[in-house]
Design a protein around this ligand. Sequence first.
Ligand SMILES: CC(C)(COP(=O)(O)OP(=O)(O)OC[C@H]1O[C@@H](n2cnc3c(N)ncnc32)[C@H](O)[C@@H]1OP(=O)(O)O)[C@@H](O)C(=O)NCCC(=O)NCCS
Length: 167
Amino acid sequence: MSRNEYLELMLKAKKVSESCVEMTEIVMPQDTNTLGTIFGGKVMQWMDIAAAICGFRHCRTAVVTASVDSLSFVTPIKIGDIVSIRASVNFTAKTSLEIGVRVDAEEPLTGKKKHASSAYLTFVSVDGNNRPIAAPPVLPESEIEKRRFQEGQKRREIRLQLRGKKS
Ligand SMILES: CC(C)(COP(=O)(O)OP(=O)(O)OC[C@H]1O[C@@H](n2cnc3c(N)ncnc32)[C@H](O)[C@@H]1OP(=O)(O)O)[C@@H](O)C(=O)NCCC(=O)NCCS
């Protein structure tokens, strides 16, 4: 990358706060299994949507989901629970970005909240022909954002190794 290309890219750099997303949902009967708890696939759909919105806000291009990893369901979410899905950019590479998503469930009558699910989604910024194009670099500011950036970089290296690519 030339110095001018680098400077041009840095001008487009975005803060984490410029793209973070918080979505709120309520668990309806059609979202649940016979135990009255939510389908894992429904949670995954909400996570993918929240992360996609975050990716759109960060890149201001079309973005596609390339991979999902470290998806965990920590505790069941019950029918009637209020669900918050939070997504923010952890790390950006050349055309891809890692978005961390956390899901919390809230009991509507008590307000008691519990961590329900988390995942890391990698999105790729694409042009009108669905070909990867440069994503704006993310600018981590707070200590938490800086830690997430460093951890995201390590996870990217592991992903590249698993796919047989060099970092
Ligand atoms: C994601 C996609 C655009 C990548 O295209 P590609 O031709 O493989 O591109 P490249 O090999 O040049 O990789 C481009 C970037 O994607 C990343 N990438 C590709 N496959 C990946 C995977 N499985 N997991 C994580 N990142 C991946 C690469 O690391 C690279 O990132 P970088 O530029 O930041 O270093 C392409 O595989 C695709 O269109 N997949 C289908 C996406 C889709 O339909 N998603 C569901 C609906 S949105």
